[in-house]
Design a protein around this ligand. Structure first.
Ligand code: KIV
Length: 255
């Protein structure tokens, strides 16, 4: 089976229809996503909450995301695997950025990495690409800045914020990112960025006008006891059905 390439993802921009992407954090979910022919899997730092039970994406470490990336790589034969770079694994210096991104590729088997930020991390993105490490950008609501943003809120609602997000997206394209996640920005702004850039935009909570969409694996399956975010597209209620099965097992054994 042929692996999806970066060029393939870039070419998806010219499709008339939107393309799906999704997160996965383990071997079996990666197998399922692969079999469903989703072209791109993100080993997202949302694993911080979904897998490790932390409150935000801030605590997850390089070691924790690396373990998950290895498992996803073993499960996926076809999808392009992008690994999220954890908070403070790229902000301190270009050297740290390259060393940590290199680990996710060399040891984890990822084909690319994702970083949050725009203008502020342009040099890091440029250096990664120069060293042969493809980059997916991420602007708008950047969850690693949870405290800086005083919580999770739609970004880019006023002109000044919107201009900053456009500048960030353009900086990432100039630094040769192959695509950009647009998280929780108004649909009209997402459309403007999508029409301005030559690389694909992948939206979450940013309306229907992006080139592609991304969702969190556990959100689409309803596999969480927490209320999903408003933009989650839920197709199942796994948490309650798994709970039912485990309870049934318990009562079978006890009787
Ligand atoms: O970690 C993640 O799941 C993400 C997506 C929401 C884009 O960054």
């Amino acid at each position: 089976m042929k692996k999806i390439t970066i060029q393939h993802i870039k070419n998806l921009k010219s499709l008339k229809t939107s393309f799906p992407t999704i997160t996965a954090y383990d071997y079996m979910s990666a197998k399922i996503v692969d079999e469903a022919e989703i072209p791109l899997i993100l080993v997202g730092d949302s694993a911080s909450m979904m897998i490790y039970g932390y409150d935000t994406t801030i605590p997850i470490s390089m070691e924790e995301i690396l373990l998950l990336t290895k498992a996803v790589s073993r499960g996926s034969k076809r999808s392009l695997i992008v690994a999220d770079m954890p908070f403070l694994s790229y902000q301190p210096s270009i050297e740290e950025t390259i060393k940590n991104a290199g680990k996710l590729m060399k040891e984890g088997g990822a084909a690319a990495v994702k970083l949050e930020g725009g203008v502020r991390i342009k040099q890091n993105v440029y250096a990664l690409v120069e060293h042969g490490i493809p980059v997916l950008g991420h602007v708008g609501l950047t969850p690693q800045s949870y405290h800086q943003m005083s919580g999770y809120k739609v970004q880019g609602k006023n002109n000044q914020e919107a201009k900053q997000i456009i500048d960030d997206a353009c900086a990432l394209e100039e630094a040769s990112a192959f695509g950009i996640v647009l998280e929780c920005i108004p649909e009209a702004l997402a459309e403007k960025i999508t029409n301005t850039l030559t690389i694909p935009t992948i939206g979450i909570g940013s309306g229907k006008k992006c080139d592609g969409q991304i969702q969190v694996f556990h959100d689409i399956l309803g596999y969480s006891s927490d209320k999903p975010p408003g933009h989650a597209m839920q197709y199942d209620s796994l948490y309650s059905s798994v709970l039912k099965s485990v309870k049934k097992y318990k009562s079978d054994i006890e009787s």
